[in-house]
Design a protein around this ligand. Sequence first.
Ligand code: NAG
Ligand code: NAG
Ligand code: NAG
Ligand code: NAG
Ligand code: NAG
Ligand code: NAG
Ligand code: NAG
Ligand code: NAG
Ligand code: NAG
Length: 688
Amino acid sequence: MKGQLSWLFGVMILMAAMAETQMLKISNYQFGPFDSSYYNRLAVLKPATISNDALQITPDSIGNFSLSDRSGRIFLNQTFKLWDGDPKETAVSRVASFNTSFLINVFRVNDSVPGEGLTFLIAPDLILPPGSSGQYLGLTNSSTDGLSSNNFVAIELDTYKQDFDPDDNHIGLNINSVHSNKTVSLYEFDIQIAPNGTKFYVVWIEYDGKNKSIKVYMAEQEQLSSPTPSKPSTPVLSADLDLSSFVKQNSYLGFSASTGSHVQLNCVLRWNLTMEVLPGGNKVKNWFKIGLAIGVPAVALFLLGIGGLTYYWYKKWRARSDPNILGALKSLPGTPREFRFKDLKKATNNFDDKHKLGQGGFGVVYKGLLQKENLEIAVKKFSRDIKGKDDFLAELTIINRLRHKHLVRLLGWCHKNGLLLLVYDYMPNGSLDTHIFCGPENTTLNWNLRYKIISGVASALHYLHNEYDQKVVHRDLKASNIMLDSDFNARLGDFGLARALENEKTSYAELEGVPGTMGYIAPECFHTAKATRESDVYGFGAVLLEVVCGQRPWTKIGEFLLLVDWVWWLHREGRILEAVDERLGNDYVVEEAERLLLLGLACSHPIASERPKTQAIFQILSGSMAVPHVPPFKPAFVWSSMPGPGSFSITSCSVTKTADITPISSGWTPQYISRDVQGEFSDSNSLM
Ligand SMILES: *[C@@H]1O[C@H](CO)[C@@H](O)[C@H](O)[C@H]1NC(C)=O
Ligand SMILES: *[C@@H]1O[C@H](CO)[C@@H](O)[C@H](O)[C@H]1NC(C)=O
Ligand SMILES: *[C@@H]1O[C@H](CO)[C@@H](O)[C@H](O)[C@H]1NC(C)=O
Ligand SMILES: *[C@@H]1O[C@H](CO)[C@@H](O)[C@H](O)[C@H]1NC(C)=O
Ligand SMILES: *[C@@H]1O[C@H](CO)[C@@H](O)[C@H](O)[C@H]1NC(C)=O
Ligand SMILES: *[C@@H]1O[C@H](CO)[C@@H](O)[C@H](O)[C@H]1NC(C)=O
Ligand SMILES: *[C@@H]1O[C@H](CO)[C@@H](O)[C@H](O)[C@H]1NC(C)=O
Ligand SMILES: *[C@@H]1O[C@H](CO)[C@@H](O)[C@H](O)[C@H]1NC(C)=O
Ligand SMILES: *[C@@H]1O[C@H](CO)[C@@H](O)[C@H](O)[C@H]1NC(C)=O
């Protein structure tokens, strides 16, 4: 016991250290080829356009109107928080790092002398200054050039020599002015920004907010279809730069360009951006963090203590009980009982197809009537022989002990000649999916029932995940597994796939792959084949959206392959209520619908650790907690291995757990990837 205590103490210190450690979050965007759908995503300031699969920062329409004396800007239509700190105090506590890379083609028309230039721009607003053509590169004009109120920083690729320029082919760092703070001729790197003919260049800009420095790299990409070249080891430009002294705390990122009496096409064909997400810096949040830093370890200690004791007693109980679990099962007091095969056969009319209620993960479910008792039952007959019978029966003992008003009750079992049957309470209203999808119009579940059903499912899930002494994951949460009793209370059924988690594990590896149904399966499960509490929450999110929208999770709506993608889009557009099942008409509570839909999105977060826990879900449903913030763009899935206690050591808290980025969405949808990295920052200010 003493050893156990010191172990717990160690974990507590570790958790406190982790809570103190700054979380580094990164958003990752990937754009292009640019089709017209990008008009929704980008602020395209005329006469900039999107055409020919590219951002045309200045117009490309040769012929109808003049290419000369133009300027344009295209931004990502959202701001980024570039530095952090109390604006009233002068000290800036943290500056965000970012990396961006983009593929450009600056094209001279008719092999004529090109002009003027293209920039990557950090700007305070979405305004194109009038009169910013020619030498002003779409950045400033004759009256604003050099004003510190411009609040911009740009990297220029300049193709026309003004009297203040070193040459007609250089890169420069511009702060509030077209007069660069630093320039480097690109001739010495054998780079011609706007050559005769077509050349593609990749530009990498890396800003280090910790070191306050910027580095720009360039390399030629052979063809548009060629793979991105690797980044050269030597930057073409590097400079010290404290962004927080120049740009607004929340700024836009994008491009600007101009032409003068000489013209060029300024095309951006691909664009990647990786931005560090600074944590919220206000006082309330900091107090919250302190609360977490103290509360989490305390709660963890408490839980670990309870868990340890439970485990201790469980082991003791196990040691005393019959090693033959079947025997143990039989000797359990009260329920469940062992049924005789012939009784079940009779009850289901020899497993008549007419009695079939449904098909679950591992077997078929029949309705039956136990004549002697006049009791309606549901009998699940397993279609294949159960491998690892002992495991299964061990699981059965757990399922058997689960008692909750929102779980379908297990009445008993029958095991004969390798055939396994489980007997459950019969649910007169069948499964949820038939009510959502198969019922005639006028029997559509009304809003209150839908809310009640979702709350019931959440309550059952919370019980499984937390309240039962051994954590249980359901693994197969979907509408067809949610049964409705005579009062339309949700009852979770089909524990055929549930697995009790062993104390020291957080998930259970299923060698046969991930069972379940498309649309309900969390993205990480495709990689790990492991069901976790988080993947259950994902399934819950899918069910929730299904119930509110009256659509299957895998419903293709317009360009969206999954229901969740459509709802996410509506959320971004500020039209989330349009997702509510239209069969409900106006018969729903707007505030509740909004809450449910946002919760559904939060639970569908591609990154497991970002999903709410059942405790929070519970509170959100009851209205006692606000719905978590849902980003406007569905983050893309990033595989990051879960940091477990084993991967940390107390002496070094700077363990970095990252991951290959594996985007799963396809098509134009910009990819917002957010990953968590446990890292140490010397200028960490997480606690104050
Ligand atoms: C940027 O997005 C907002 C809302 O998402 C929209 O109202 C606004 O019109 C967009 N601006 C541009 C220039 O696209
Ligand atoms: C040419 O420009 C005029 C006005 O600027 C416009 O009305 C017309 O549709 C354009 N023609 C083409 C072919 O784009
Ligand atoms: C940017 O790239 C550098 C070098 O590849 C890397 O060390 C750094 O972590 C990256 N920063 C971000 C914010 O992605
Ligand atoms: C953008 O990121 C993707 C995925 O990492 C990569 O394949 C592509 O080459 C990058 N493009 C550019 C222009 O850096
Ligand atoms: C390029 O050459 C074509 C044909 O010689 C001509 O019609 C067009 O106006 C020229 N474009 C420019 C921008 O000079
Ligand atoms: C581009 O082509 C024009 C006309 O053929 C020629 O005068 C000029 O020198 C060329 N420029 C370069 C940089 O190759
Ligand atoms: C320069 O731009 C500002 C707005 O950014 C505008 O108010 C001003 O009129 C412009 N000046 C000229 C000379 O175009
Ligand atoms: C460079 O940046 C500073 C801001 O630190 C600015 O005041 C100065 O005028 C800029 N221009 C040049 C040419 O150095
Ligand atoms: C930080 O900046 C200094 C000077 O600008 C440079 O020498 C050093 O290599 C930079 N460190 C990193 C990690 O980039």
